[in-house]
Ligand binder design. Structure first.
Ligand code: HEC
Length: 101
């Protein structure tokens, strides 16, 4: 085995992990109905304590949703919202919000 090939493969792997989130925005939109109550239909919230999600980077949104799910980020509303979401749901929701212009 050529060490260079292994290093390139490892670099590609970690890069794709970092940038992953090839979620499906259409599927994410279908899941986002409940989120709209607080975050707005187009990811822009009318209430100051609910953050805007529109245009947010998908990788960041995925990270936050997973943190709410494993409770390393605590917020009573959000911990409950993500409890039943799968990793695929999370990636799709993140792709949907990123896609909003
Ligand atoms: C009952 C209201 C409510 C609902 C419904 C709700 N959220 Fe939230 N969400 C919040 C609040 C409040 C925060 C801010 C939490 C904090 O202050 O840490 C938040 C934060 C977030 C964040 C973090 C944003 C950031 O900039 O760090 C994301 C992402 C998010 N919500 C996505 C969603 C998604 C996706 C759904 C639907 C599955 C959803 N939320 C449903 C209230 C809600």
């Amino acid at each position: 085995m050529n060490i260079k090939i292994i290093l390139v493969a490892l670099a590609t792997l970690s890069f794709s992990t970092l940038t992953s989130a090839a979620g499906d925005a259409v599927a994410g939109k279908a899941k986002a109905g409940v989120c709209a109550a607080c975050h707005g239909v187009n990811g822009v919230s009318a209430i100051s304590i609910f953050p805007n999600l529109k245009g947010q980077k998908a990788a960041y949104t995925v990270k936050q949703l997973k943190a709410f799910k494993d409770k390393t980020r605590i917020d009573p509303s959000m911990n409950a919202q993500v409890a039943t979401l799968t990793d695929t749901d999370i990636e799709n929701l993140a792709a949907f919000y990123e896609s909003l212009k």
